[in-house]
Every structure is written in structure tokens, then in C-alpha cells.
Design a protein around this ligand. Structure first.
Ligand code: NAD
Ligand code: IPM
Ligand code: MN
Length: 373
């Protein structure tokens, strides 16, 4: 019996997570897979009521689980950054989920350019460093244009001083993108191992080493060392050219390693290549510890509560969770359920269908139950 934490979160989070958990429950009926899911009330509503984000108690309760299944956080009543940093990014940091795996696969003939070449890109987004560390400060006259820069997130404890020359009555803000040799090395190692396991001989590294030379220069050097170590090829792409190439020749990419911020952006583009944001699943992976699986989309306040949310991304996240937990066959069953709904157009309006979220869920559950041998 597996023990999962279920964190539905805000907006459409609970709607799509319900479909994913219903599908996993259906799998329990037809296979040897079994789980119990404990619901965690973490998100915008609790924050508004209690001021709590991700508490020490939450962390110790989550740590007891085999995996986390997450919906989305984000609430228009709350200033951007509070929930995102205080819950989601904190989870990725405290559980040291340093890889964010985000597959981009062609489910449809590729509509925007009417291309019919299938593609299967696997983005590995570094998930703990870069511009995502909360490392920064406001420099104002009242603090003498001087700031202690320290990392807010738990898995890092470094701190250093930045002294700016006081000038006129102005205000500055800085946000630091930090890469560590240790962080890049483990990321690169994972990327080459991952590509190798997929039978590929190459990793593509996306960066902006022509402008952000310190960070991404070091990253290139470390990736090159790893490529040599593994006897594999390494391609470099600048992120601006990559966003163009993903549209005109997505089929030319396999395993793509990308730093945190660019990875966030490119994978929303990737989701759209698959049909929309409702198609992108993701895994925040700690290869030696607790991982967390979630759709890449957010809480979608514009459609929350209307039955319009496409649950496929959440179901694909559940597939990744099952795969990670040693149930790849059951994972493939979820994949087949998604394929079935797409083939029969039992989908939500974002994909041109007429079904509500829960009706798509029912179609998937029925499909799974029908697979009983
Ligand atoms: P979003 O992903 O929530 O929505 C962007 C657009 O895509 C919206 O028009 C939305 O309706 C649509 N969309 C998203 N998911 C969909 C689905 N499953 N089916 C159909 N349509 C879908 O991004 P946003 O609007 O920029 O952000 C809303 C909130 O979510 C913000 O607070 C943001 O910080 C947060 N957010 C959270 C996560 C997360 O929890 N992992 C991810 C992204 C954004
Ligand atoms: C994602 C989201 C998050 C990110 C936000 C909500 C912090 O956009 O999971 O893609 O930027 O990683
Ligand atoms: Mn994102």
C-alpha cells in the first residue's frame, strides 16, 4: 500500500486533482496497485483564514508520505509571490526536488503549422537554483542603499553582503540568479543518465550564455565535462532560438536540460504545442527522496468552478507519479485513458470538446474499469 499526500490547492486545482485521484482509485479496482491518499489543506483559503503557508507541521506530515500529488496554488485575492514562494517553491526546496521533468509529446497532428511529424521532448528543468531562490533585496535611501542578501529558502544557508554606492534619492531592486557547481553537476548528471535511459546519445542544454556569461558559462563547462564522462553528445541552444525551434522543428529534440526560469517559460510553450496548458504534466523529482507530481498549469482563476478545466495534465502527472512509484504499467493505463478520451473527443472546450471536467473524469474511469482482465 502506497501513502500519498493529496494537495488540491486553489482554483481548478481541486477539480483536476479529483479526476486524477478517481482514476488512481479505479486502477486499484483492476490491478495490484493500492494507495491511501491523505488530503492536505494547503493553499490560498487557509492562508487567508490563518496566515499559514507551508508550516513545519505540514512539512513533517508530508515527509512521511511516499509521494505528493499536487493541484495548483494561486489566488487573485493574494499578492503574487506569497503563495507561490511560501508554498510551492518552498516545497521544491525543502524536499530538494532538484529536477522538474516536463514531457512535451504530440497527441494531435501538430495543428498550428499543420505538421504531422510526431515529437517527444523531455524537458528537465533545474528546480532549485537560478532566479528562483528568493535571493535579492530592495536598496533604498532609508537603508543606505545597503542590503544583507540572504537566501530565504530552507535548503540553502548562504548569506553575503552587497554594498551599493549611495547615489541620489532612488530605489533599486536586485534579484540574483545563483548557480552552484554542486547544483549544476547533479543536474547534468541526471540529464545524461536520463537521456541514456531513453536510448538517446545526446542532451540539449538551453541557456543564454551569450549574455548571462558567469552562470551559464559555468553551466556549459560542467555539462561538457559530464558529456565527456558519459561519452555522449551535447548540443547548446540559446533560449530565444529555442523558443522558435520548438515551433518549427519540435521533432528534432529529445532530452532538453534547461535552467529554472527559462524552463518555466519554455514548458508553457511546450504545453501549447501539445494542445494547451491543460495537457502538461510534471514531476518535481528528488531522485533520492520525496517527489511531487503536478500539472504545469496554475489555478486558472478565470475558469475555476465552471467545469471547464481540462483534467488531462493532472492525469498525466498521476501517470508520472505511478511510474516513479514503481507502477509503470498502471501509469500506462492512465496514458491510454487520456488517449481514449482524445480519440473519442470526450474532452473539455479548450480542446474543442463539449464535456465538463468531471465528465472527462468519468469517461476515463469507465475506460480504466473496462480494462479489467
Ligand atoms: P494558469 O496556468 O493558471 O492559466 C493560464 C491560462 O490557461 C488561463 O486562461 C487558464 O484558464 C488556462 N488554463 C490553465 N489550466 C487549464 C486547464 N487545465 N484547462 C483549461 N484551461 C486551462 O496561469 P496564470 O493565469 O498565469 O496564473 C494563475 C495563478 O496560478 C497565479 O496565481 C499563478 O501564480 C499560479 N500558478 C500556479 C502554478 C502551480 O501551482 N504550479 C503554476 C502556474 C501558475
Ligand atoms: C510552474 C509555476 C511556478 C514556477 C510558479 C507558480 C512559482 O509557474 O510550476 O510552472 O514558476 O515554477
Ligand atoms: Mn509555470
Amino acid at each position: 500500500m502506497k501513502h500519498f499526500a493529496i494537495v488540491p490547492g486553489d482554483g481548478i486545482g481541486p477539480e483536476v486533482v479529483k479526476v486524477g485521484t478517481d482514476c488512481m482509485e479505479a486502477l486499484c479496482e483492476i490491478s495490484s496497485f493500492d494507495f491511501d491518499g491523505e488530503l492536505f489543506n494547503i493553499g490560498g483559503q487557509r492562508y487567508l483564514e490563518t496566515g499559514e503557508l507551508l508550516t513545519d507541521q505540514d512539512i513533517s506530515d508530508l515527509k512521511k508520505k511516499d509521494a505528493i500529488y499536487f493541484g495548483a496554488i494561486g489566488d487573485p485575492r493574494i499578492k503574487p509571490g506569497i503563495l507561490e514562494g511560501g508554498i510551492l517553491l518552498k516545497m521544491r526546496a525543502v524536499f530538494d526536488q532538484y529536477i522538474n521533468l516536463r514531457p512535451v509529446t504530440s497527441w494531435f497532428p501538430y495543428v498550428p503549422l499543420k505538421r504531422e511529424v510526431p515529437f517527444d521532448i523531455h524537458f528537465l528543468r533545474e528546480n532549485t537554483e537560478d532566479f528562483y531562490m528568493g535571493l535579492g533585496a530592495k536598496l533604498r535611501k532609508d537603508n543606505g542603499y545597503r542590503a544583507e542578501i540572504g537566501v530565504k529558502r530552507e535548503s540553502y544557508d548562504m548569506g553575503f553582503d552587497i554594498k551599493a554606492e549611495p547615489s541620489e534619492d532612488d530605489e533599486y531592486s536586485i534579484e540574483v540568479g545563483l548557480l552552484s557547481r554542486k547544483g549544476v553537476t547533479r543536474f547534468a548528471d541526471y540529464a545524461f543518465k536520463y537521456a541514456q535511459a531513453r536510448g538517446e546519445d545526446k542532451v540539449t542544454l538551453v541557456d543564454k550564455a551569450n549574455v548571462i556569461t558567469n552562470n551559464y558559462g559555468m553551466q556549459r563547462e560542467i555539462f561538457q565535462q559530464k558529456a565527456d564522462e558519459y561519452g555522449m553528445k551535447l548540443d547548446f541552444m540559446f533560449v530565444d532560438a529555442m523558443s522558435m525551434a520548438m515551433i518549427v522543428r519540435p521533432e528534432t529534440f529529445g532530452t532538453v536540460a534547461v535552467p529554472n526560469l527559462f524552463g518555466d517559460i519554455l514548458t508553457d510553450l511546450g504545453a501549447q504545442l501539445q494542445g494547451g496548458l491543460g495537457m502538461g504534466g510534471s514531476g518535481n523529482i528528488n531522485p533520492h527522496g520525496l517527489s511531487m507530481f503536478e500539472p504545469i498549469h496554475g489555478s486558472a482563476p478565470d475558469i475555476a468552478g465552471q467545469g471547464k478545466a481540462n483534467p488531462i495534465a493532472a492525469v498525466l502527472a498521476a501517470e508520472m507519479l505511478l511510474d516513479n512509484q514503481g507502477f509503470p504499467e498502471e501509469g500506462r493505463m492512465l496514458h491510454a485513458a487520456v488517449r481514449h478520451c482524445l480519440d473519442t473527443m470526450q474532452v473539455t472546450p479548450d480542446l474543442g470538446g463539449k464535456l465538463r471536467t468531471e465528465e472527462v473524469g468519468k469517461a476515463m474511469v469507465d475506460f480504466i474499469l473496462n480494462q479489467k482482465k
